[in-house]
Design a protein around this ligand. Structure first.
Ligand code: CMC
Length: 642
């Protein structure tokens, strides 16, 4: 390393390279290679040789500092010594580390050039709005006077005396040290001069150029690095270094989920807003290409399966979505796919209509009818089914039969998604033809492509209720007033909230439903609470109630039951109702006492007055003993009656 360093220096100076001389000491040899020239003999000054030797030893090894740790980390991967040491050199080059002595000198030069106003720089270092730091001050580990500094100060004096140098920079450095050591800022923060504060001045006096200071630091530290590297390699239990991290960054990142076009292009058009959490948890209020989920004809592609594969390849390892067209899509993934339903929200919305009991729920096709049993259950309304038939080998589908009766009734078509609304409008017309007095419809996902808005406007449909799993096209929405978009943004917020929390969980999916419920209660938003998961919400809350009953049967106290749920859902239920109740008590009790006392006094005065009037006396301010007895008697009677 000294040979390399000296060679680089000589090359930069345009001087011939001086070969090493093995008879010399390590330091003397280095000085000879650096400073001797062929024209004259070079005499090595023993004072300077000793000083340089001391400096190199002082820098030799210094625990797990930035560069030594770097050498160990790189070496832990079994990288060879040269690669490991090269990494250490680069770590050392920074001005907060090995580059500090160079920075000190530059700082002292700057102070000198500015007229030597040391106080100004001390104030700059203290000013929080200024990035300036006193270079050569402070240390990550030493919060006291750097023990190396006591030695190096003597070395500096010895070198400068020997070389008969009067260095103005040393005077500035000493003045700076004197002021800083007395200043409360440096005293309180335990900022003392470190080894680099003086080493630069010494190196400069010895004739080393400033840009070689880090090289000298490397020379000193090298034996330490090699010792660390050898020690690590000799250790049979050595493992590659792998520091662990605690992630404190963004938990949720919004992104636009791509949809897959049959021509093989992933496009963002017409896709749903998605959410990716912790980079590998993917949330899709609307799962694209969901209707293409089975081979109903030979050779048709299953695009939903393809999207599942795309998401998996993109790195998702959990999916949260809403109202899948068919539950089997969950099986397209090799990892958990959880599904939420807008069922309860839509039912609650329907129930706000004064005439909701007059409706018949209509399934737009036989396949959908199974899914609708949950709607009929919650709304307790009859069901009718439109039996559709495909015309020839085309995409055209026409309603053919009606199963059930809609005559004289209002029809409510329930579907999971609406794209061009063509089939929906035909079904509405068909229902009217079969005697329905009016037809409205609901669909969770408003895909609304092509002429959907025009179709709806020109149809007999009176209203189409959708959710906001897909944002509506603002411009096109103006085409028709028949569209009611419920739960705008809240639904998305919930999705984010729910799965944002779920993303933290290291869970199995066993209690997924209970947790979603727990979160929705925590949010205390009626719409959120309405979001049902899997089965109807009541089933889930019954599960919770059952657990409470079971714990009560086991003789658990109320406290223990709370503790159970807190432990189970603590991460999701941040405010337990119990704590809220206690808070209320703190407010209510004093108010109740205040009102009670005021009421009592009022009651007493009223009784006193009526007792005196009854006895035919004036209710005077001065009461005689007789009056007091009369009132007490009256109060006793009242208490007895009560
Ligand atoms: N000048 C002014 N303020 C300082 C200085 C300084 N040189 N050093 C630290 N502080 C302040 C810092 O602003 C912080 O203030 P606050 O608490 O109000 O935010 C407080 O002291 C603690 O600072 P820190 O950065 O948390 O301390 P650290 O122990 O992590 O930093 C250091 C150690 C060496 C990087 C730092 O003191 C520094 O930047 N010194 C100047 C560069 C230097 O001399 N480096 C050579 C270090 S010794 C040789 C080596 O290891 O290579």
């Amino acid at each position: 390393m000294p040979t390399l360093a000296a060679y680089a220096y000589k090359k930069s100076m345009g001087q011939p390279f001086v070969y090493p001389l093995n008879k010399l000491s390590y330091t003397a040899n280095f000085m000879n290679m650096m400073f001797s020239v062929p024209a004259e003999e070079y005499e090595i000054d023993p004072v300077i040789e000793r000083a340089l030797n001391q400096l190199l030893i002082l820098h030799a090894d210094h625990e797990q500092n930035c560069s030594t740790s770097t050498v160990r980390i790189v070496g832990s991967s079994d990288a060879n010594l040269f690669a490991s040491v090269a990494a250490g050199v680069l770590a050392l080059s920074g001005p907060l580390h090995g580059g500090a002595n160079q920075a000190v000198l530059e700082m002292l030069e700057e102070i000198k050039a500015g007229g030597g106003n040391v106080e100004k720089y001390v104030n700059k270092a203290k000013d929080k709005s200024d990035n300036f730091r006193l270079m050569g001050f402070g240390h990550r580990v030493y919060k006291n006077f750097d023990p190396r500094c006591t030695i190096i100060k003597d070395v500096a004096d010895a070198v400068l005396a020997k070389l008969r140098i009067r260095d103005e920079l040393l005077d500035i450095a000493k003045k700076l040290e004197e002021i800083a050591l007395k200043d409360p800022y440096f005293v309180e923060k335990k900022l003392y001069p470190n080894i680099d504060f003086y080493s630069g001045i010494i190196y400069r006096a010895m004739g080393f150029p400033v840009n070689m200071f880090t090289v000298l630091f490397t020379l000193g530290r090298l034996p330490g690095w090699i010792a660390h590297w050898k020690e690590m390699r000799a250790d049979k239990d050595k493992k590659i270094y792998r520091p662990r991290q605690i992630y404190t960054g963004e938990v949720r990142h919004f992104y636009r989920a791509g949809t897959y076009e049959p021509d093989g292009v992933v496009s963002a058009s017409g896709c749903a807003e998605g959410v990716i959490c912790k980079t590998d948890y993917s949330g899709h209020p609307y799962f694209p290409y969901v209707r293409s989920d089975k081979k109903d004809q030979p050779r048709v592609s299953i695009a939903a399966r393809l999207v599942a594969n795309l998401l998996e390849t993109a790195g998702a390892d959990r999916i949260l979505t809403m109202d899948l067209h068919a539950p089997q899509i969950q099986g397209f993934f090799n990892f958990p796919c959880d599904q939420l339903f807008a069922l309860k929200i839509i039912c609650d919305h329907i129930k706000q209509k004064p005439d909701w009991r007059d409706y018949v729920i209509v399934a737009p096709d036989v396949g959908e009818s199974k899914h609708l049993s949950k709607y009929t259950h919650i709304l307790n309304l009859p069901l009718a089914i439109v039996d559709k038939r495909r015309i020839g080998n085309t995409d055209t589908v026409e309603p053919a039969h009606l199963i059930g009766d809609v005559r004289g009734k209002k029809a409510l078509i329930v579907d999971d998604e609406v794209s061009t609304a063509g089939t929906l409008c035909k079904a509405a017309k068909f229902l009217k033809e079969n005697g329905a007095v009016s037809v409205i419809a609901t669909a969770v996902h408003p895909v609304l492509t092509g002429n959907a808005f025009e179709n709806i406007e020109n149809s007999v449909l009176e209203e189409l209720i959708v959710t906001d799993t897909i944002p509506l096209n603002e411009k096109k929405s103006k085409i028709t007033k028949k569209l009611t978009s419920v739960f705008i943004s809240l639904l998305s917020v919930l999705i984010v909230a729910v799965f944002g929390r779920i993303g933290y969980a290291q869970d199995t999916t066993d209690d997924f439903e209970d947790r979603v419920l727990a979160i929705s209660y925590e949010l205390r938003c009626p719409i959120c609470q309405g979001l049902s998961v899997g089965e109807s919400q009541s089933t889930i809350s019954n599960n919770m109630k059952d657990k409470v009953r079971e714990l009560l049967r086991e003789g658990k106290s109320e406290e223990e039951i709370y503790a159970f749920f807190e432990a189970r859902y603590g991460e999701w239920i941040l405010r337990s109702p119990r704590k809220k109740g206690w808070n209320l008590l703190v407010w209510i009790l004093p108010i109740a006492v205040l009102f009670g006392t005021a009421g009592g006094i009022g009651f007493y005065l009223k009784r006193r007055q009526s007792a005196l009037i009854k006895a035919g006396r004036e209710p005077s301010a001065q009461l005689s003993e007789e009056d007091e007895a009369l009132i007490a008697d009256d109060m006793k009677k009242i208490r007895r009656d009560l």
